[in-house]
Ligand binder design. Structure first.
Ligand code: 5GP
Length: 181
């Protein structure tokens, strides 16, 4: 088993690249089936989701016609559900009357997705669904943020790799690693 030491913490490989590819394919198959007659707009949440999104788009392949755009929001909300979303990279695309699929790396409390979904609906999206590589169901505080498409559920442990960072580092790891206590 591969291990990584980062900033005094020990991480062990939890999902191999092959296991990740299987999870991505399963998500892609479901999206392809559900959007066969639509032209979805994928909204990728930077920075973490860029690796998953890149694999997901190619796993979906050319069976559906779609567009991709990117958004980056502040992770420092410090406020309740009525709070303002701070856009570091704002949405560049018109979402009015579009079938939006938000692409996330991991849904934890669900605050990010809860706010992004409300934002997309406010901009007139016809539908808003969420695809997340990982989901921590036991941490979810916003029920409407439960992802529609999930690569794999995970308990409460902190994970890195495959786009997920530790203070900005480790996004380049090709596997997903769990912190070892
Ligand atoms: P939420 O808004 O759902 O509470 O948080 C989602 C964001 O928290 C993710 O996009 C990610 O940036 C960060 N996050 C949550 N859990 C983890 C984790 O286990 N590892 C890493 N690297 N980031 C996490």
């Amino acid at each position: 088993m591969r291990c990584i030491d980062e900033q005094g913490y020990h991480f062990e490989e939890w999902l191999t690249p092959a296991e990740i590819a299987g999870d991505v394919k399963q998500v892609a198959d479901r999206i392809r089936a559900d959007y066969r007659d639509k032209e979805p707009l994928f909204v990728v949440v930077l920075n973490g989701a860029f690796v998953f999104a890149s694999d997901l788009m190619r796993a979906i392949g050319d069976d559906i016609r779609c567009e991709v755009t990117f958004i980056r929001v502040s992770s420092y909300f410090g406020m309740a559900t009525t709070g303002r979303l701070e856009f570091i990279v704002p949405l560049q695309q018109v979402v009015d009357q579009r079938d939006v699929i938000i692409v996330e790396d991991i849904v934890d409390s669900g605050l990010t997705i809860h706010q992004l979904k409300a934002h997309m609906r406010g901009l007139g999206a016809s539908s808003v669904k969420v695809a997340s590589m990982l989901f921590k169901p036991s941490k979810l505080e916003y029920p409407d943020a439960k992802p529609d498409y999930v690569g794999r559920e995970i308990s409460e442990e902190f994970v890195i790799g495959y786009g997920l960072d530790f203070d900005g580092f480790c996004r380049n790891l090709d596997a997903i690693y769990k912190v070892k206590k």
